[in-house]
Design a protein around this ligand. Structure first.
Ligand code: 1CP
Length: 356
């Protein structure tokens, strides 16, 4: 954990300022999955080390977290890990298969299977993430803030029931109708683990936190309000309560619920500082929905990174003009994809910084 050595003072705090609604020197920009497969140096490192070995070895996690910062003038770093470390800590095996993604060979198929989960001591099995965060804060030397993250309950439940990614979430969605009470138990169990995990990340040195509800896209508005929102509310309220009671300074919280552009007003009422948008949402409409006191993050289509540099520059500039300089963090509308040309990252970052 944090230890005695104080962290170096922060030099570029535009990300945190934007999150708090303060004046920025320039629009901050970072990219979801900025440490990842589009970088040849990441691919090289992955040839030598298994995915979860990278996550579990603080030196390797820090090296990968640093890789995009060496190349691009980014305004944030995000600790290298994965949302599936929580299912692992709860006792499920998670494998990373090349070209496929995460595979959970013994998923939770029936409510009976919930007995296999091991919530007791789950946090102690996640401390390696805290160690990586603390180490990274020192290695960053105050250059930019460090973001911690987690998967949100519905998204994690989906992976744990489906046994991996899924185009339809048919098994997880069947649970909502067949076992509504067990689904609530399961979502609450995940929420408890998530709150512990986020508190630990703040104590370890995370300066901002993002909650990925990436599988919100599989829910209707009604389902999102019933199966995601109550748990997202609990996460924020319990985390704020805990940190306040322990007199630990709060950090800004970002909610990224992909595909939940239908519920921006409801999201804005949950107490998060920042709401992440996918590319299907219009910036002007989003601002009307959430009001003036929330920071918006997003939302260029990751596929736009495959366009000509000039086109990409124009689209990025137009996007930043729509959002404006106040209460805005530039990002893609979802993670950067593996074949993205590296030059597109340079174009994106420069266009954001020059737009206003
Ligand atoms: O073999 C490899 O190297 C695997 C590629 C990879 C990487 C680089 C995976 C597998 N995860 C990651 C890192 C990762 N995952 C980060 C690192 C920090 C950064 O942003 O730079 C983060 C924030 C995540 C979060 C994550 N993992 C999400 C939420 C964000 C999103 O994209 O929606 C999700 C859904 C996952 C699951 C996951 N892990 C990996 C893959 C390929 C997937 C998606 C699989 C799928 O459902 O299709």
């Amino acid at each position: 954990m944090k230890g005695d050595k104080p962290f170096p003072p922060l030099k570029n705090d535009n990300l945190l300022r934007a999150a708090r609604g303060e004046v920025v020197d320039r629009v901050p920009v970072w990219v979801m999955r900025q440490a990842g497969r589009y970088l040849p140096e990441f691919q090289e490192l992955r040839k030598k080390h298994d995915f979860f070995t990278v996550c579990r070895t603080p030196e390797l996690a820090c090296e990968v977290t640093m890789q995009p910062l060496r190349r691009f003038d980014l305004d944030a770093s995000i600790i290298f890990s994965d949302i599936l470390v929580i299912p692992q800590a709860l006792g499920l095996t998670v494998e990373m298969h090349a070209g496929v993604g995460p595979v959970l060979p013994q998923p939770i198929r029936t409510p009976e299977d919930l007995k296999r989960l091991t919530p007791d001591g789950a946090l102690s099995r996640l401390m390696y993430v805290g160690e990586a965060i603390t180490m990274m804060r020192h290695k960053l030397d105050g250059r930019v803030p460090l973001i911690g993250f987690t998967g949100a309950p519905w998204t994690l439940l989906g992976y744990m029931i489906e046994g991996g990614g899924s185009k339809t979430m048919s098994k997880a969605k069947a649970w909502l109708n067949e076992y509504p009470e067990d689904t609530k138990l399961f979502l609450n169990l995940l929420t408890d683990a998530i709150v512990d995990y986020l508190e630990m990340q703040v104590q370890a040195g995370a300066q901002m936190l993002q909650i990925f509800e990436s599988s919100a896209e599989h829910l209707s508005k009604e389902e999102f309000l019933e199966w995601a929102v109550p748990y997202l509310r609990r996460i924020r309220n319990e985390l704020v309560d805990r940190l306040t009671k322990k007199v630990i300074p709060l950090v800004p919280l970002t909610l990224f619920a992909k595909g939940a552009g239908h519920s921006l007003k409801e999201q804005s009422e949950l107490g998060y500082d920042v709401i992440g948008l996918d590319w299907t949402v219009d910036p002007i409409e989003a601002r009307k929905e959430v009001g003036p006191n929330i920071t918006l993050q997003g939302n260029l289509d990751p596929q736009d990174m495959y366009r000509d540099p000039e086109e990409l520059r124009t689209l990025t500039t137009e996007m930043v003009h729509k959002f404006g300089k106040s209460r805005y963090i530039a990002n893609l509308g979802h993670g950067i994809t593996p074949q993205t040309p590296i030059n597109s990252m340079e174009v994106l970052v420069e266009a954001v910084h020059k737009a206003l």
